[in-house]
Design a protein around this ligand. Structure first.
Ligand code: AQP
Length: 320
């Protein structure tokens, strides 16, 4: 049975793209051993607010539960609470070249954005490799933006195994089952993102209905005036159609105007988000419950993680 890992950075407000692209595939794949990891260490690679990272970590865990992730079948963990992630990270740094890390596209893009560049931003893909290799993961759902990092994890695992003896499972990247990529509603040439400077293109999973209605009403379309799936020519309308399909589970019938399309999308999104919002509100009444789920997730994954670190330490030449 394949073991899967899906990561979520606690860097801001989770949005409809995170739900459709990552949380739903996670819920759909709960028949196999899965780990949902809240990547709080990754959130420290850029300028961050400590209180916000802490609060967002709990929010992501709560939203995962509210969206249907079953902690009895999917271990929900905070990356930093399983200290083996950082233990293995260092060992993997010792088999990774500086040049390999420096040529990662995300590092180049984020470091070129200006401001001081943290060393952890450079080594972040090595920590990501540790996240995967630690838990003997053999399937990682990845979008295009993470495929280079997964390739590095595979290279590191293979190199370690070749030099120091069979230690790690070499992971495969898989396309998530519902691979829809949800685009920004205000600028459909870029993906919907937590960190976009303006919230105008984002549907937050916990946004109130009125905000959702307004964001969809203002979504960028075009002047063609025809509701048609045409990613190149009509990216805004196509994005709305894909959201509609993902949220309603069906293709829309004849829609004669952009107004009608937006009303359908609003209703479909609201039907999906209303139960998540109310379950989140219920769960938020008792933060100790969410803390307990994280503690249980940690207790579940730690024996295997400790065993992986033990194997890697022994192979690379450290005393037990
Ligand atoms: N727009 C999207 N459409 C479909 N899937 C998406 N994901 C993110 N955006 C979309 C998927 O959600 C999971 C968690 O993503 P992440 O927290 O690791 O951050 P990210 O991929 O960098 O996404 P964001 O939300 O845009 O965050 P920021 O702004 O912080 O960079 C991943 O599986 C991702 O593919």
């Amino acid at each position: 049975m394949h073991r899967r890992l899906t990561g979520f950075q606690p860097t801001g407000n989770l949005h409809l793209g995170n739900l459709i692209g990552a949380m739903r595939p996670l819920v759909a794949a709960q028949d196999r051993p899965s780990i949902a990891m809240i990547a709080d260490l990754h959130a420290l690679t850029m300028e961050h607010n400590p209180d916000a990272v802490r609060a967002n970590t709990l929010t992501v865990a709560t939203v995962l539960l509210a969206a249907g992730v079953d902690p009895q079948r999917t271990a929900i963990i905070a990356q930093s609470q399983v200290s083996e992630h950082t233990g293995l990270h260092y060992l993997l740094e010792c088999v990774t070249g500086f040049g390999e890390a420096a040529r990662m596209i995300q590092f180049k893009e984020k470091s070129a954005a200006g401001g001081p560049v943290r060393l952890s931003l450079l080594t972040y893909p090595v920590l990501m490799a540790a996240d995967i290799l630690l838990h003997d993961i053999d399937e990682v759902p990845v979008g295009e933006d993470q495929s280079q990092h997964l390739e590095l994890a595979r290279t590191i695992a293979t190199r370690f195994n070749t030099r120091y003896g069979e230690t790690f499972v070499v992971p495969e990247g898989v396309r998530p089952e519902s691979a829809a990529r949800i685009m920004d509603l205000a600028d459909p040439s870029r993906k919907m993102s937590k960190s976009a400077p303006s919230p105008a293109g984002r549907i937050g999973l916990l946004d109130p209905p009125e905000t959702i209605r307004k964001v969809i009403a203002r979504a960028v379309t075009d002047t063609a005036g025809v509701v048609r799936h045409d990613r190149e020519g009509q990216p805004g309308v196509t994005n709305l159609l894909e959201i509609l399909r993902a949220c309603s589970g069906r293709d829309p019938g004849e829609l004669t105007s952009y107004g009608a399309l937006k009303r359908e999308v609003t209703d479909a999104v609201e039907a999906v988000l209303a139960p998540i919002r109310s379950r989140h509100a219920e769960l938020s009444q008792d933060p100790s419950h969410v803390r307990k789920i994280l503690a249980e997730g940690k207790a579940y994954v730690q024996p295997r993680a400790a065993e992986t670190v033990r194997r890697a330490r022994a192979a690379i030449g450290l005393l037990d």
